[in-house]
Design a protein around this ligand. Structure first.
Ligand code: SAH
Length: 534
């Protein structure tokens, strides 16, 4: 992190000379970035990144850094020419900035890293290079192909297939390569595949030689196809495989059926939409991705502070007069404690009051503030909490409820009916996000979404507001075959209000249980932490 004083210094040109770091982003899986690469992203002032570098890596970059997309989609429009990129790097470095040039895979393996560095050297710009996991290595590993194997091959060659087949003198000696290396990995070879396979067979490589084609290796979109030198070109056309993809030729490909770990994960290939606030989405997304799902984060809610906290401020000095403090969401806990601190109080102010949480997630956040909830219902819903408290007897007792402005009224109404005295204090607001629902609409109408997840009634309302369908039948049509997953009965009831049926709903209303329910919907059971399966 740099502070504003140092960035001001850059603008005035008084900072030491800048530097360019050419960093390998790895093949796609963000976990395959090197530690050195991450450290540099965290310090970057300018990041110039490619189409093949996973944009998720940009989360490490400080907010105030300049991000430049340099494009370069195979065959498509280039956002910048190579000269343009070189010029950018030189300019920003000369302005005294720390520049990270983030390139897919390894910068020096078909990445034009050499050319960019030469330009920097000519201009006298300081630079360093950080290697990355090249896509050949990832494609092999993530499809279960050992790229070398003592029993099958002792050599591997990385080759570009991008050459113009009409070119009179190829720089690649396919005849020698055909028999010269046990495993061949061909980058950028999809367009010329018919020509390449033909040349290899003409040079004596057997038509039965196994071949794998891997698209978007190591990402949730990974697609792999197995054939032979004789069949693979036709298979690729049939399957409609487009770049970026790698071709792996050699006997090692046959070992794949034993070690294909990545594509065997329970949610592999499933597109799951997560509709939550950006902050909260990460837990659900992390758990789904761990199981192989391809997540689209579609934040529908922005959590915001209230404009006015006077109701809570009045209640805080008299906390000890309340018998119960009820928390019905993790955010309620965060915002309550924030106000407590601002009032220069700490958790000792809660000493005489019993504290209930609606479920384990809320209780977990309380624990972060050093408070263990006294009470947790069996059913993790507002209604479940009301029923469980009423069983204990609530008549005449005083309850303080810090909650969302838009929170459901079921809990307070039930408690009031049973004779409780309630003070309801809104501590935060759930607002629909301003972002448009275009991407989600587009994916739904293409039938590309397998599961749409909802973790509260407000995510339902906001998501459907984003989708802007005329009526229930238009909405049902847009959702098509998409499975609807709801965290609990309240959310499912809200879905029902829109005429939408819930297909997946866990018995316990936690994120982990929701993930488990989705997984078992697809026929896989994942064990609970204690080892049982239900
Ligand atoms: N420097 C990069 C390669 C850049 S050339 C590296 O080391 O991986 C671009 C080609 O790399 C693409 O056309 C494709 O053949 C291959 N490629 C890059 N990332 C890939 C991925 N995730 N899956 C499959 N192929 C990939």
């Amino acid at each position: 992190m740099h502070n504003s004083t140092s960035s001001q210094a850059h603008d005035m040109g008084s900072h030491a000379a800048g530097k360019v770091y050419l960093v390998g982003a790895g093949p796609g899986d963000p976990g395959l970035l090197t530690l050195r690469g991450k450290e540099l992203l965290q310090r970057a002032e300018v990041v110039v990144y490619d189409y093949l570098a996973n944009p998720k890596l940009l989360r490490y970059v400080p907010k105030e850094a300049i991000l430049i997309y340099a494009g370069k989609k195979g065959g498509g429009l280039h956002a910048y020419t190579q000269e343009g990129i070189n010029k950018l790097l030189v300019e920003h470095a000369k302005a005294g900035r720390l520049v990270v040039r983030l390139k897919g895979g390894d910068p020096f393996i078909f990445g034009r890293g050499g050319e960019e560095i030469e330009e920097l050297a000519v201009e006298g710009v300081d630079f360093e290079v950080v290697p990355g996991v090249t896509s050949a290595s990832a494609a092999a590993t993530y499809t279960g192909i050992p790229i070398t194997h003592r029993e099958y091959t002792a050599s591997v060659a990385f080759v570009t297939g991008h050459e113009d087949p009409e070119k009179k003198f190829s720089a690649i000696n396919w005849e020698k390569l055909a028999g010269g290396a046990g495993t061949l990995v061909i980058y950028m070879g999809i367009k010329n595949l018919p020509d390449i396979t033909k040349k290899l067979m003409e040079a004596g490589r057997a038509p039965e030689t196994p071949v794998a084609v891997v698209r978007w290796a190591s990402t949730p979109k990974q697609k792999s196809l197995i054939g032979t030198l004789g069949t693979i070109s036709d298979l690729v056309v049939e399957a409609g495989i487009r770049p970026p993809a790698l071709v792996i030729v050699g006997e090692v490909v046959q070992l794949r059926h034993r070690i294909n770990w990545f594509e065997r994960r329970p949610l592999f290939g499933k597109r799951v939409v997560v509709t939550r606030t950006r902050v909260q989405a990460s837990e659900l997304v992390n758990q789904l991705e761990e199981l192989g799902a391809d997540c689209l984060e579609c934040p529908t809610i922005d959590i915001q502070e209230m404009d006015d906290y006077s109701a809570l401020e009045q209640a805080l000095p008299q906390l000890s007069t309340y018998d119960w403090l009820l928390f019905t969401s993790p955010n309620a806990v965060h915002y309550f404690f924030r106000r407590l601190q601002l009032a220069q109080l700490d958790s000792r102010a809660l000493a005489g009051t019993r504290i209930a949480a609606v479920g384990t997630a809320t209780a977990g956040i309380l624990a972060q503030y050093g408070i263990y909830a006294d009470f947790l219902p069996e059913q993790f819903t507002g209604e479940g909490l009301a029923d469980a408290l009423i069983k204990q007897g609530v008549a005449g007792q005083r309850f303080l409820l810090p909650q969302a402005l838009e929170a459901s009224k079921v809990l307070p109404e039930k408690l009031a009916e049973s004779g409780a005295h309630l003070t309801i204090v809104p501590v935060y607001k759930n607002l629909p996000t301003v972002s448009s629902g275009e991407e989600l609409r587009d994916e739904l109408s293409r039938g590309a979404v397998d599961v749409l997840t909802f973790t509260s009634s407000s995510t339902v309302r906001n998501c459907f507001a984003l989708l802007a369908c005329q009526d229930a039948s238009a909405l049902r049509q847009l959702l098509g075959k998409t499975r609807i997953a709801a965290i609990g009965p309240v959310t499912a009831a809200t879905l029902q209000d829109y005429g939408i049926t819930t297909h997946i709903q866990p018995q316990q209303h936690t994120i982990a249980d929701l993930v488990r329910a989705i997984t078992s919907h697809y026929g896989h059971d994942i064990p609970r932490p204690n080892g049982s399966f239900s």
